[in-house]
Design a protein around this ligand. Structure first.
Ligand SMILES: *Cc1c(COP(=O)(O)O)cnc(C)c1O
Length: 871
């Protein structure tokens, strides 16, 4: 039987632009307009009303322009000059040397390791503009901001993702406040995307085998994010059977099998798409593959497959080469947030006749197996595979790094949690996307570029932005939010079945002079959307206070399968529907980038009250800060490291209170207290009409947080701390074409030997000369360790001493690590290692000797997960 193919062919007739306006196409097709206000202003000037209707999608906008209007514009010399000026600016932006090129040269001159020639960034979501709804929340926005900032820095990154036919859902409310979802189909031909095509014009294809002889085909769309290409795989092609066509139908939908197919396509298909793109454009192969969260983890399997095929490596050797070029970022400390599949389901795809050449099903399963105490043997864990296939791994804020080291410590038994090889790079946000254009303009006019970048402009004594101006700018942003909220509330009520006649009150919703608090985010339970409703009487009093009222704007989508989240939204909506408070608290449906861009600047206070430490980073508060909002937040995620007492407030947490009800009581009471006694009084305390103390906090936030929360800072950190060292390993282990192919097999063989020999590796005994029960600071102590190494050579190991203060539990707190040197060799694989050191600290002091594997191609002592300690 022939596969059933839906006989749908769509045609989109793109507008033919007059010659003089050809540059409009270039401007529309490069997503830089999404963060370049002058380009958006040019589009808007063509037809302001229609521009508003298309929600900032220039491709759709241009498609709807009449030939008459186009002819008019083509004859308008001033317009054409402005257009060509912007096109030149885009061209310059894309081709000039930027930070990365300068840094590359500096490194060559300084003899430092070279920056990666290219970096592939894989993510299941990308949030770049509301017009391309390929994101559900923070993870996707972060990925979008990563690409935009990489572009600004000139970094040679290429993004890999999926093109979801209906993106994430649109949210509506029913009359009684229940979330309702719709999935409007996107038309890729009408989006700022171009299809990758072969030289003869046929669309390029990649394919993957599926069980039962099925094949999953996909086409590849390319979005241009400034200088950065983003490739998006789309399974909606005629060669696919119905089921396969639906693999990329929507973000995070469907069954486990559906998700697995999405992730196989993203990871394995993504690597194939990269190769097609490289072949068509001649771009170099990446030296670094960044797996942003576990979803794309199968990218490692595809690269292992390639190396087996291209270079004839064994599975183990190919794995070493692949790991050498991989960075993994974990984004969630919530165990339920980790992506897991049934091991059986994964086995069906890599076994039972579907084996990839040279890769046994057991090889694949072992990568994702929870082979530790408390792990589920029936499960394939994508985060675990991500960590096992990466040379470097990180969390997304300092606290989250610590929490992740604890969460994954069972993968490194025998090591201290602090040694778990997961570092952290704190997220950032893309300044030009998330700062209100009027606020950017005011700063660019008043500050030099250096003052803008360093934040120093906010403190300059002359020609800066004074308090009156700052307060007026803040008021304008608040007023725009109020106007936008009224439009959204009215629309929502009409959808909920109200008649226009009942909605007169909507004109009085929110007040441009009232202290405005924002709370918008996805609605998983840990974010505690309804914490503010803990004591509704108290909240009512805050909202309706005759002298110092507050108003609250709330938004957020719940995952459609999360009924608990949907119920939380309903509870909030029903409260906001109450006649006595509905002008002071609103729920705005369909939180997305477009809403967010008006919401953050319009809020005076950005509220964040997750259950600590479950918010990995959180980025909405950073975006608010860029616009001069003050954060009011639990000390979680980024706030835990960036709150400084002057840039907002910390809501005290009841860490350690196990009863969740009691914890919510305590933390909500603390929140109300802060609002009532500190936040509102400071906002309403005026001198000559200005809230002077408040404005000091705003200025301080802008000057000091502004630079730190930038995604350019984040991407630079990734480049220097993770990408470049990873690229070094990649070069050393011969992952690239034409590289030395012997290094990876040698490392794989060495690791196999070490694993085999390890049962014979022991610290037999330790002597400390000159140590009595009481020693003095400054005393010199010599340690001698007598070790057995079995069949290993002394250079295969490092004998270490961990030393430091002994805590109450008899364990070392805050220890240091030092290496012992080989000082004697005995018969039968036995050795003496020793070291002398000076006691520098008073107090209870202890030490422990251990042996770990050592090899120059290891990222660290933990890489093999082997350690032999003195018993
Ligand atoms: C920034 C952003 C998020 C993520 O915010 P968090 O504070 O990390 O929860 C989610 N959705 C949209 C539309 C955003 O702009």
């Amino acid at each position: 039987m022939l596969p059933r193919v839906r006989a749908i062919r769509r045609f989109t007739v793109r507008t033919v632009l007059p010659e003089a306006l050809a540059a409009l196409d270039d401007l529309a097709l490069n997503l830089r307009w999404s963060w370049h206000a002058p380009t958006r202003e040019l589009f808007a000037s063509i037809d302001p009303e229609r521009w508003g209707d298309v929600h900032g999608d220039p491709v759709r906008f241009l498609g709807g322009l009449s030939p008459e209007r186009l002819a008019e514009l083509a004859a308008d010399a001033e317009f054409v000059a402005r257009l060509n000026g912007l096109a030149d600016d885009l061209h310059r932006y894309r081709s000039e040397d930027r930070w990365y090129q300068d840094e590359a040269q500096r490194r060559v001159a300084a003899g430092e390791p070279a920056l990666p020639s290219s970096i592939a960034y894989f993510s299941a979501e990308f949030g770049i503009t509301a017009a391309l709804p390929q994101y559900s929340g923070g993870l996707g926005i972060l990925a979008g901001d990563h690409l935009k900032s990489a572009s600004d820095l000139g970094a040679p990154i290429i993004g890999l993702g999926l093109l979801y036919g209906a993106g994430y859902f649109r949210q509506f409310l029913t009359r009684d406040g229940w979330q309702h979802e719709t999935y409007p189909l996107l038309d890729p031909d009408n989006l700022p995307l171009t299809l990758l095509r072969e030289g003869d014009g046929t669309p390029s294809r990649i394919s993957l085998p599926l069980p039962g002889g099925r094949v999953l085909h996909a086409q590849i769309w390319r979005a241009d994010v400034g200088r950065v290409p983003l490739l998006l795989l789309d399974s909606n092609v005629p060669e696919n059977d119905d089921l396969a066509r639906r693999v990329t139908d929507r973000l995070y939908g469907g069954t486990s099998e559906h998700r697995l197919h999405q992730e196989l396509l993203l990871g394995m298909g993504g690597v194939k798409a990269l190769r097609v793109h490289a072949r068509l454009t001649g771009t170099p192969e990446p030296e670094v593959y960044h797996c942003n969260e576990g979803h794309a983890g199968f990218l490692g399997i595809e690269r292992i497959r390639e190396l087996i095929e291209r270079a004839g490596l064994s599975f183990a050797a190919a794995t070493e080469a692949v790991r050498a070029g991989t960075v993994f970022t974990t984004h969630t400390p919530v165990p339920a947030g980790i992506d897991r599949f049934g091991a059986d389901l994964v086995a069906e795809h890599f076994g039972g006749g579907n084996e990839l050449p040279g890769i046994g099903v057991e090889d694949v399963l072992a990568l994702g197996r929870e082979s530790y105490d408390g792990g589920d043997p029936a499960v394939f864990n994508m985060a675990v595979m991500g960590l096992r296939l990466a040379k470097k791994a990180n969390g997304v804020a300092q606290l989250h790094g610590r929490v992740s080291r604890g969460m994954f410590a069972h993968l490194w038994p025998g090591f201290d949690t602090s040694e778990v090889p997961i570092t952290s790079i704190t997220n950032g946000v893309h300044g030009d996307t998330w700062t209100d254009p009027s606020f950017v303009r005011a700063q660019t006019e008043a500050f030099t570029p250096d003052e803008l970048a360093s934040g120093a402009g906010w403190y300059k004594s002359e020609g800066g932005i004074d308090n009156t101006t700052l307060w007026e700018l803040r008021r304008q942003m608040r007023s725009r939010l109020v106007a936008d909220a009224r439009v959204r509330v009215r629309k929502s009520w009409l959808k909920r079945g109200a008649s226009p006649a009942e909605l007169g009150w909507v004109d009085g919703v929110l007040d441009p002079d009232v202290l405005t608090i924002g709370f918008a985010r996805r609605v998983p339970t840990y974010k505690r959307l309804t914490l503010m409703l803990r004591d509704t009487d108290r909240l009512r009093r805050l909202l309706t206070d005759p002298e110092r009222p507050v108003q609250i704007v709330v938004a957020g989508k719940s995952h459609p399968a999360d009924e608990q989240g949907i119920r939380l939204i309903q509870k909030l909506v029903q409260f906001a529907d109450s006649e006595d408070v509905r002008e002071r608290i609103v729920f705005l449906p369909n939180y997305d980038i477009e809403m967010a861009q008006t919401l953050y600047p319009g809020c005076d206070v950005w509220l964040n009250n997750p259950l600590r430490p479950l918010e990995a980073c959180g980025t909405s508060g950073m975006k608010a800060a860029l616009n001069g909002s003050l954060n009011l937040s639990i000390l979680d995620g980024w706030w835990d490291e960036m709150f400084d007492g002057e840039n907002g407030w910390a809501i005290p947490t009841a860490d350690g209170v196990d009863d969740p009800e009691r914890r919510d009581d305590l933390e909500s009471a603390a929140l109300y207290d802060l609002l009532e006694n500190t936040v509102a009084p400071r906002f309403y305390d005026r001198t000559d009409g200005l809230p002077v103390h408040w404005l000091e906090n705003v200025r301080h936030t802008l000057a000091t947080l502004g630079p730190k929360v930038q995604a350019t800072r984040m991407v630079r950190d990734y480049i220097t701390e993770l990408y470049t060292p990873t690229a070094e390993f990649y070069r050393a282990l011969g992952g690239g074409d034409g590289a030395d192919r012997s290094a990876a097999p040698a490392l794989a063989d060495w690791k196999a030997q070490v694993h085999q020999a390890w049962p014979g590796v022991r610290v037999e005994h330790v002597e400390s000369e000159d140590v009595h029960d009481v020693v003095k600071v400054g005393d010199r102590v010599t340690l001698k360790a007598f070790v057995a190494l079995g069949s290993l050579r002394p250079e295969d190991v490092e004998v270490q001493v961990n030393y430091g203060r002994v805590g109450e539990d008899d364990e070392l707190d805050e220890f240091g690590t030092a290496e012992l040197a080989l000082t004697d060799t005995y018969e039968g694989g036995r050795y003496q290692f020793s070291r002398a050191f000076t006691l520098a600290q008073s107090g209870p002091f202890g030490y422990a000797v251990r042996i770990v594997p050592r090899h120059p191609a290891l990222a660290g002592a933990t890489e093999l997960g082997l350690v032999a300690a003195a018993s």
